[in-house]
Design a protein around this ligand. Structure first.
Ligand SMILES: *Cc1c(COP(=O)(O)O)cnc(C)c1O
Length: 469
């Protein structure tokens, strides 16, 4: 008799062949990650056409499925977990996190309710406490474990919206936004686009935003902040996505707190400075905010996807994200779904916990400080090369570089990307085209910086040739 698909799946589970096969592929992949081209080669990109097919009518052999992924998928990845990927603010993965995630993948836990995953709930409780202590936040602060800072920003702002309207005797959950008392939003002109997205999603309207001027580093000019009141959400930034600059939390939070405003800090990658002895000065005063958004997958180098919302007003967060149903089993322990928009959520806490436990306070300190030191090394070495200019004060992990003109900068960047020895993207800064170097992989060595500098040099020589003709 023909085997059913269920028979085949039982067989896959029993023989375990495909799990060994996947592990072999994975180990082969990570063995080369520090040497290989950072961006896929042209051939690798061409190979992606292998995936362009109709859904097969018949079942495909499991080995063949994995084989296709390895043969055509692996080479078409960007080597983000190596030491020379400087694009966006991406981050590598601490090995133990990858290993713990692998184990967690087999567990396939959902962290909606405690009853669904006691281990997931326990780890979330523990890590919440660790984070609050590490960042020096108010003791009553709670954490929601989400997919990234986009969602964490949304959660912080949804809590703010709930609380401000509730103080005006307006229950947003019941009455909605129509005819609701107005909410003011004050933020800097360099607020991250995910903050703006959250404001849009929440129906607060971008028109509402009272934009505050920023200085040459992208920091809010605190003296330009308007009068604040208890109906205002003030949104600040720990780590500008281009320059890495931090708003002056101490000054702004004092003013906002006196006015009883809600303060939200977008600290996707920068909040981690607050965990490091030598960099703490950058986040001084951040503990006075009401909510914070931070990523694990950037600076802390957890695998994707891992973001965290921290909120000192537990009632506002859980009321805004409330849910119920006759089948729901509430626990006296932590039910994660009350802190996040989703009900079902994978237990990303496993790898976050594993990495924090592995590193400890000292390890986090060292790892984050090293990112800063590599950024300073890059800054120092690139500034020595005629034709390159560093455009920001390098206070954390971000370096903004430009050349003589926008045209040359653009060509140099294209050449660097073509060379594939490292990868970075561009941006606009103070009216110029610039290159954005974001150092956020634990694996970046001094030698990686040296190789990168050489790549910049080659790219500049190539560009000068192009533009002479
Ligand atoms: C990356 C980033 C975000 C968005 O975070 P995701 O994890 O990509 O959702 C928000 N704000 C800042 C400052 C960032 O750097």
């Amino acid at each position: 008799m023909k085997h059913t698909i269920q028979d085949n799946m039982f067989l896959d589970m029993k023989t375990k062949d495909i799990f060994h096969q996947a592990q072999e592929y994975a180990l082969e992949y990570i063995a080369r990650i520090h040497e290989r081209n950072v961006y896929p080669t042209k051939d690798a990109l061409k190979g992606l056409s292998q995936f362009d097919e109709e859904l097969p009518q018949n079942s495909t052999n499991a080995q063949d499925v994995l084989q296709q992924l390895h043969q055509y998928g692996s080479p078409a990845t960007t080597a983000t977990s190596g030491g020379r990927y400087f694009g966006f603010v991406t981050g590598s993965t601490v090995p133990v996190g990858l290993a713990a995630k692998t184990l967690g993948t087999y567990w396939d836990q959902v962290t909606a309710m405690n009853v669904m995953s006691p281990i997931g709930s326990t780890l979330e409780t523990v890590v919440e406490k660790w984070l609050v202590q590490l960042f020096g936040l108010p003791q009553e602060t709670v954490a929601g474990f989400v997919s990234g800072t986009s969602t964490a920003n949304l959660c912080g702002l949804v809590a703010a919206r709930y609380r401000i309207l509730q103080k005006n005797n307006w229950d947003i959950n019941i009455k909605g936004l129509r005819n609701a008392p107005p909410i003011r939003i004050v933020t800097g002109k360099q607020a991250h686009s995910t903050v703006i997205k959250a404001i849009s999603i929440l129906g607060l309207g971008q028109e509402t935003i009272e934009w505050v001027d920023v200085d040459s580093q992208g920091r809010i000019k605190s003296e330009n902040i308007p009068e604040l009141d208890r109906n205002t959400i003030v949104i600040l930034q720990a780590g500008n996505v281009n320059s890495g600059a931090f708003d002056d939390f101490e000054k702004i939070c004092k003013k906002a707190k006196d006015a009883d405003a809600w303060i939200h800090i977008d600290g996707a990658f920068g909040l981690w400075a607050g965990a490091v002895q030598q960099l703490k000065h950058l986040t001084k005063g951040m503990e006075h905010a009401t909510s914070w958004a931070v990523d694990g997958h950037k600076t802390l180098n957890t695998p994707y996807d891992c973001g965290i919302v921290l909120c000192a007003d537990k009632e506002a967060l859980t009321a805004a994200l409330h849910m119920s149903g006759s089948y729901i089993i509430e626990s006296t322990e932590r039910d994660g779904m009350f802190y996040t928009p989703e009900m079902s959520r994978r237990a990303r806490i496993i790898e976050l916990w594993a990495i924090m436990k592995y590193l400890g306070k000292d390890g986090i300190d060292q790892m984050v400080l090293t990112l800063y030191q590599r950024a300073k090394q890059f800054e120092k070495e690139i500034a020595k090369i005629p034709g390159f200019y560093v455009e920001n004060d390098v206070v954390f992990n971000q370096v903004i570089v430009r050349c003589e003109s926008d045209t040359i900068t653009k060509t140099v960047l294209e050449n660097i990307q073509q060379l594939r020895e490292c990868w970075l993207g561009g941006s606009d800064w103070q009216g110029h085209k610039v290159m954005r170097v974001s150092i956020c992989s634990w694996a970046t060595t001094e030698n990686d910086i040296a190789i990168t500098i050489e790549s910049f040099k080659k790219a500049l020589v190539m560009a000068m040739k192009t533009h002479r003709v």
